[in-house]
Design a protein around this ligand. Structure first.
Ligand code: NAP
Ligand code: ZN
Ligand code: ZN
Length: 348
């Protein structure tokens, strides 16, 4: 066993504080790596504070993990000591169900193993995430990371990146499409970058006037302030797709009205409260309301390779781990440009 240093929450109301626990010994197919950077996702906040229900404590959040391989098991073929690697939201799955066989491990029918706040496939060993200095993961759930990109800015690709890349690919969004991205945070800024890279005409739907210049800098062609009633009215029926990354309760009907006939509103944001949808908003123009979760292992690798080829990374603010609680408060206020990344060298 290896003792891992970490930051954990002990209850849903406690702050993140130093904690330590044991990582398993390196098994035949395992990769052990030193965590160098870990992104901070809004899902970390939802789970640390038990906003979705069912949280398990102590909890070490973090599922945007990058680092350097320290040790590999004797049967590991894909990695060797010194390689740069990443781990996202999954550390294992059943590997036998129809979805796993298709590389859609995020939809494992027997329950995948989340990187934290979950269990290993024995359904009893808790998993602990990336706000820690070391991790041991089966090689099948470890991703290759290019040394061409700045590693700290790659970390958020492991969740914010794949969560926006996957639905854009699934719905084949690109040239000829008008895409609106709702919410300019960690996921939203990656959605803008991918949408633009795939050739779509991208509009940022934001509640923050102050983010207009940034949205344009990120590549968005247009910016719509959702509190500007006239502009919102003018945009009625104009988008083929909305990719909704909003983390808090909001009125979906207001956004659905912006879709064209047969348009699709894709939810990736996961506010804790159930939404009220007026069915006539959908029925009246044959609109679809859809959802999407992260991405499977093959697609996550494809996304990382795409980013290396097209020089796409996250816009980040690097923080010391002792400032993680302040970072959470700032994220809740929408005050992050556009992803906090913890420098794990600050975990002493
Ligand atoms: P984030 O960085 O905090 O960004 C969320 C953005 O939503 C904010 O910056 C803000 O943008 C907007 N927003 C916040 N409150 C709002 C409100 N009341 N009404 C309208 N807009 C509001 O969060 P994130 O890390 O990108 O995560 C976003 C959501 O996706 C979270 O719920 C997270 O749990 C979820 N998520 C889902 C998956 C998945 O697999 N589906 C994966 C990762 C994360 P503006 O200032 O531009 O309005
Ligand atoms: Zn996440
Ligand atoms: Zn499965």
């Amino acid at each position: 066993m290896t003792t891992a240093k970490a930051y954990a929450v002990q209850t849903k109301t406690s702050p993140l504080e130093p904690w330590s626990f044991e990582r398993r010994d390196v098994g035949a197919h395992d990769v052990q790596f030193e965590i160098l950077f870990c992104g901070v996702c809004h899902s970390d906040i939802h789970q640390a504070r038990d906003e979705w229900g069912g949280s398990k404590y102590p909890m070490v959040p973090g599922h945007e993990i990058v680092g350097r391989v320290a040790k590999v098991g004797p049967h590991v073929k894909k990695f060797k000591a010194g390689d740069l690697v990443g781990v996202g939201c999954l550390v294992d799955s059943c590997r036998t169900c129809d979805n796993c066989k298709e590389g859609l491990e995020q939809y494992c029918l027997n329950g995948g193993s989340g990187t934290y706040n979950g269990f290993e496939q024995d359904k009893k060993t808790p998993t602990y995430g990336g706000y820690s200095n070391v991790i041991v993961v089966h090689e099948d759930f470890v991703l290759r990371v290019s040394d061409k990109l700045p590693l700290k800015a790659v970390a958020p690709l492991l969740c914010a990146g794949i969560t926006t890349y996957s639905p854009l690919r699934h719905w084949k969004i690109g040239k000829g499409h008008k895409l609106a991205v709702a919410g300019l945070g960690g996921l939203g800024h990656m959605a803008v970058k991918f949408g633009v890279s795939f050739g779509a005409e991208v509009t940022m739907l934001s509640t923050s006037k102050s983010k207009e210049a940034d949205a344009k800098k990120l590549g968005a062609h247009h910016f719509l302030l959702m509190s500007d009633a006239d502009a919102v009215k003018k945009a009625t029926g104009t988008f083929d797709f909305i990719l909704d990354t909003i983390a808090a309760e909001h009125d979906y009907n207001k956004y659905l009205a912006l879709l064209k006939t047969s348009g699709t509103h894709i939810c990736v944001g996961a506010p804790p409260t159930p939404a009220q949808i007026r069915m006539f908003t959908l029925i009246g123009r044959r609109k679809s309301l859809a959802g999407s979760a992260i991405g499977g292992l093959p697609e996550t690798q494809e996304m990382l390779d795409y980013c290396a080829e097209h020089n796409i990374v996250s816009d980040i603010e690097v923080i010391d781990i002792k400032d993680i609680n302040t970072a959470y408060e700032r994220m809740i206020k929408g005050d992050v440009k556009y992803r906090f990344v913890i420098d794990m060298a600050t975990l002493k």
